[in-house]
Design a protein around this ligand. Structure first.
Ligand code: DX5
Ligand code: ZN
Length: 217
């Protein structure tokens, strides 16, 4: 399967967002990090900004909600027309009910696990989700180091997916670069978020192509 690359706007220039989005038109989607300074110790933007990104983005939106009370807010993000909305297992009250609500609004339902959260939290309900995001750093900031110790969770999820014949996507987010993407691909990931590795230098399109090439090797 061809690896899908989702650049994270967290590393883009927030005051030139439309121009930044224009540089990643060859990506499979744009990863949009919403942080509330409660679930994580950092603050980005909310619904109004996501609506504007949706309006001008050349690629579909993959919204990553690092917020408290996703049961209340995630459906509102689905209503922006985002292709996918991912919320955290640690924050949701009823993850299955919420996933069904997201799907009913036409969005793919994603659930995310912080590095310390075991897959047992969600594995029985895997069929309810379109995507599982295995965080490969502690959520909150770009530019952190890839945590290889999260790879056994990815391998276990890939194994369960195969055994049950499910089509759930496995996403990784945090510290993904030309040096680490191959490790995550080998462990079973098929969707790769990259912030600093795409926006941290010249020619984001070339960086996207290079990441895809390494992941598919
Ligand atoms: C971190 C965010 C990531 C972040 C990744 O909590 O969820 O999406 O942008 O940044 P890099 O790729 O620089 O580690
Ligand atoms: Zn993210």
């Amino acid at each position: 399967m061809t690896a899908r690359i989702h650049p994270s706007v967290l590393s883009a220039d927030f005051v030139n967002m439309e121009a930044a989005l224009g540089t990643i038109a060859t990506a499979d989607a744009v990863h949009v990090d919403v942080m509330d300074n409660h679930f994580v110790p950092n603050l980005t933007f909310g619904l109004q900004m996501v609506e504007r990104i949706q309006a001008v983005s050349p690629v579909p939106l993959d919204v990553h909600l690092m917020i408290d009370d996703p049961d209340r807010w995630a459906p509102e993000y689905a209503a922006t027309g985002a292709a996918g909305v991912t919320f955290h297992a640690e924050a949701a009250v009823d993850a299955v009910l919420l996933a069904r609500e997201l799907r009913s609004r036409g969005a793919k339902a994603g659930i995310s696990l912080k590095p310390g959260t075991p897959i047992e939290t969600i594995v029985d309900d895997l069929a309810e989700f379109d995507l599982v995001l295995v965080m490969t750093v502690e959520p909150g900031f770009g530019g952190q180091s890839f945590m290889q110790e999260t790879m056994p969770k990815l391998e276990a999820l890939a194994h369960v997916r195969e055994r049950r014949g499910l089509s759930v996507d496995l996403q990784v987010d945090g510290g993904i670069s030309a040096d680490t993407i191959g490790i995550a691909a080998a462990a079973g990931a098929d969707v790769f978020v990259a912030g600093s590795a795409v926006f941290g230098g010249d020619d984001p399109a070339a960086r996207i192509a290079r990441l895809r090439e390494i992941a598919d090797a």
